[in-house]
Design a protein around this ligand. Structure first.
Ligand SMILES: C[S@@+](CC[C@H](N)C(=O)[O-])C[C@H]1O[C@@H](n2cnc3c(N)ncnc32)[C@H](O)[C@@H]1O
Length: 258
């Protein structure tokens, strides 16, 4: 399935696929660093990931001091773990990403505005940063000044690799998911663009912060295998059930409209 770029530079959604994916998946309940340390060097072909940065919530205190309501209460269904993203931990994370990635491969790391400014430049110390993609969520979100409508995705390489797709702009207009089954669930389409641009069938796609595994669905759609981790057992349950259903039926239960 190939999504095509509309003439105005926005990104067109692909048609829904009924084909059943043939790839495999492996999702672990683990901290991202422990997970990566357990993988052999040069063993994955593409890293696509959307970390749960703590910076935005810790430092950009707005309103009552937290952006996401009763975010910190573990009994709240909208709660999820944050990754302590001080520069030292983040450098360890990036170093492990570099170690497990094969030579001549790509990595995509998502950033909110706060973490982009505080951590984004560190990516250059480990990878060749090739560009920054803007995810335009199309619909307005929260925000006390300009209301948030975008996130950023740093695109980088280990060694040299051309993009498989050359028709994508660096702004991806993909509507955010409303009433998502998982609190931070991202549209599969986002990860599909990454897979289409940087993977071949049979590649192993890795996401150390996989949440509900939207990245996993995209990997399987692209004929790839998927390995992921999340520190939260509830996320892993959702992700495993989602990918098992997707492999069995060809339908994504968390984005049925696709
Ligand atoms: C922004 S969400 C990812 C959402 C995912 N892209 C999706 O579409 O569902 C980040 C995830 O990182 C997980 N997480 C937080 N700290 C972690 C850590 N230290 N190691 C691994 N996962 C962690 C959270 O539980 C959360 O599910």
């Amino acid at each position: 399935m190939i999504a095509r770029t509309a003439g105005n530079g926005s990104t067109a959604a692909p048609a829904a696929s009924s084909a059943r994916p043939t790839g495999s998946f492996d999702i672990r309940t683990q901290d991202c660093i422990d997970f990566l340390r357990g993988l052999p060097s040069a063993s994955v072909d593409l890293i696509v990931t959307d970390p749960a940065y703590s910076g935005m919530n810790r430092h950009l205190r707005l309103g009552h001091g937290r952006i996401v309501g009763h975010y910190g209460k573990p009994d709240n269904a909208r709660w999820f773990h944050e990754f302590s993203d001080d520069p030292e931990s983040y450098a360890v994370f990036l170093g492990e990403c570099h170690r497990v990635l094969r030579q001549d491969r790509h990595v995509y790391i998502m950033f909110d505005s706060f973490s982009m400014l505080s951590l984004g430049a560190l990516v250059r110390e480990f990878f060749d940063v090739k560009g920054v993609v803007v995810w335009d969520k199309v619909h307005l979100g929260m925000g006390h000044y300009f209301r948030r409508r975008h996130e950023q995705i740093v695109f980088a390489s280990k060694g040299r690799r051309k993009l498989s797709r050359r028709d994508l702009p660096d702004v991806w207009a993909v509507p955010r998911i409303h009433r998502a089954a998982y609190p931070t669930q991202k549209p599969v389409q986002l990860f599909e663009f990454m897979v289409q641009a940087s993977a071949e069938p049979g590649f192993l796609v890795c996401d150390p912060f996989c949440g509900s595994a939207s990245s996993g669905v995209a990997a399987l759609l692209g004929g790839c295998d998927f390995i992921g981790a999340d520190i939260d057992a509830r996320a892993v349950d959702i992700a495993e059930e989602r990918l098992a259903t997707f492999v069995a039926t060809g339908q994504d239960p968390l984005e049925p409209a696709r």
